[in-house]
Design a protein around this ligand. Structure first.
Ligand code: UD1
Length: 397
């Protein structure tokens, strides 16, 4: 059997590292690692490969940045060629970035089976590009590897056949557990004492692409930094917007310490010794659950609700008062207990690889056809037009 593992953007790298290692431990040689090149800066990509000792990718598609359609299309075009040349039995994609959806689509249309790692997460927020990627990737993947049982439930509610769902745990947490000691051995920047600073990450387009929203967020963050200094490794998109909106100077006189993006080990080392984290990331909500660090998530919703039920994570949206209140509460409370949700035990990647190795080499059954769904009758077009007209009269009224 031949496998292609896909990685494209920063949050993918910690998820594929243990999968590559599990294939190696199972002496599986026919594994190609394809980097789409969605993220390409050293600090967003190469440094993670070095920190996590991920083998050098066999192929780099070098797609780079662009609009969603451009980026997705470039990955699909390049990855289709890779699939045609190498004819894998399985393509393994992780997470919810554009590269994952693009490679899943290209492979599936060539009749290649697709496994999606971190399937079934749902924010129910269709304004997030990642939610669209999650829904579409899950819809076409043959195997759906989930991190928790809430994800299984989401998939069942969408009518996914039980046989496609495999609850295996969290490969990002495999990486965290494997690397935490190394991360903690990295000294903190000299100006910071353990537990006496906060970590900030912010990069969602919904938070950083509008001048008024970013300005309002930084007003409250600068205020908070008077109570507790903030270390802010800035994503390139955010840094660019801070410059463009003329906000970088206002940070210079504050205790919001803007630094370059950190690679994996320094970032985890910094986070694990912080007093609290302010973020709009997905993965950091899970890492702080395992590390027992209060996480204040500047989003109205999360696709990772287990982090809230575990008690480490709170959703505050972008409302300054809610952010401020959550920070006060975290500073005045004793730190939460670190929690390990079921199967977040360091063995998720091995479970995934064992499932894949047990799959038969032949392609799956073709999908069934020739059934007539309800309402496939001659009145369909009239009903569509009526629906659109009604929609219009409601929204304009
Ligand atoms: C992508 C993912 C997001 C993930 C984030 C983590 C999608 C839809 N989004 O968002 O889910 O949380 O990665 O970082 O796939 N840039 C650089 N250097 C790089 C990469 C990007 O300067 O190495 C800049 C470019 O200006 C680029 C912008 O960042 O246009 C955005 O990059 P992109 O990959 O399109 O989306 P992210 O915001 O990083």
């Amino acid at each position: 059997m031949k496998y292609i593992v896909v990685a494209g953007a920063r949050p993918n790298f910690m998820k594929i590292a243990p999968i590559m290692e599990a294939f190696r431990l199972r002496a599986q040689k026919q594994v190609l690692l394809v980097h789409t090149g969605q993220h390409y800066d050293d600090k967003m990509s190469d440094d993670f490969f070095a920190d996590l000792q991920i083998p050098k990718p066999d192929l780099n598609l070098g797609v780079g940045s662009g609009s969603h359609a451009q980026q997705t299309a470039r990955v699909m075009t390049a990855f289709e060629e890779v699939c045609n040349e190498h004819r894998p039995n399985w393509v393994i994609v992780v997470g919810d970035v554009n590269s994952a959806l693009a490679c899943a689509l290209a492979a599936k249309k060539l009749g290649i089976r697709v496994a999606h790692v971190e399937a079934g997460l749902r924010s129910k927020d269709m304004s997030m590009p990642e939610e669209i990627n999650r829904l579409c990737t899950d819809a076409i993947s043959d195997l759906l590897f989930t991190t928790d049982k809430m994800a299984d439930e989401n998939l069942r509610r969408e009518g996914v056949n039980e046989e496609r769902i495999r609850f295996v745990g969290n490969t990002m947490i495999d990486t965290l557990l494997r690397n935490i000691d190394k991360a903690l051995s990295i000294p903190l920047p000299t100006e910071f004492e353990a537990r006496e600073y906060a970590v900030l990450t912010l990069h969602r387009p919904s938070n950083v692409d509008s001048k008024s929203k970013l300005t309002a967020l930084f007003e409250v963050l600068i205020d908070i930094s008077r109570l507790i200094p903030i270390v802010f490794p800035a994503h390139p998109r955010t840094r660019h917007n801070l410059q463009q909106f003329g906000l970088e100077d206002t940070l210079q006189d504050s205790q919001v310490n803007l630094i370059a993006p950190l690679s994996y080990l320094p970032f985890i080392g910094l986070t694990a010794r912080s007093r609290l984290v302010l973020t709009d990331s997905g993965g950091i909500q899970e890492e702080t659950t395992v590390l027992g660090i209060p996480c204040i998530t500047m989003r109205p919703n999360t696709e990772r609700p287990i982090t809230c039920t575990m008690g480490t994570n709170i959703l505050v949206g972008s409302d300054p008062e809610r952010i401020r209140t959550a920070v006060f509460a975290a500073l005045n409370a004793s730190p939460p207990k670190n929690m390990l949700p079921e199967k977040w035990d360091g063995n998720a990647a091995m479970r995934i690889v064992d499932v894949l190795l047990a799959e038969p080499a032949a392609l799956g059954e073709p999908t069934q056809g020739n059934t007539l769904p309800p309402k496939w009758n001659a009145d369909a077009a009239a009903q569509v037009v009526d629906g659109v007209l009604n929609e219009h009269s409601v929204s304009s009224g």
